[in-house]
Ligand binder design. Structure first.
Ligand SMILES: [Zn+2]
Length: 98
């Protein structure tokens, strides 16, 4: 039984045993192609995930996912150096809504 999953990329629900929905699989493919191309060109220089994001235009959220793939495991990237998510800021202020 395959359960409905929420796409980590666009948030829509889909039913498939894949990491993202069908539409986002194509976007993932484009991003992975850019990422591989960039890595081939930059050689073995160390680069942070944030620098990778700026250089490739791929969001940090998606990069975090890609860099866990086996094929990218050997890349010298500081994966844990990203500042806390801005989403936390929206939690404050809810208590005064009523
Ligand atoms: Zn999606």
């Amino acid at each position: 039984m395959v359960e409905a999953r929420k796409c980590v990329r666009c948030g829509s629900l889909y039913i498939a045993d894949t990491e993202v929905c069908g539409g986002c699989q194509k976007k993932d493919g484009v991003d992975l192609y850019k990422l591989k191309g960039f890595i081939e060109n930059q050689g073995n220089h160390e680069i942070t995930q944030n620098e990778l994001s700026v250089a490739t235009g791929i969001s940090n959220k998606n990069l975090s996912r890609f860099l866990n793939y086996d094929e990218f495991k050997d890349i010298c990237v500081e994966q844990k150096s990203i500042a806390a998510s801005t989403e936390e800021q929206s939690i404050n202020g809810i208590s005064e809504l009523l």
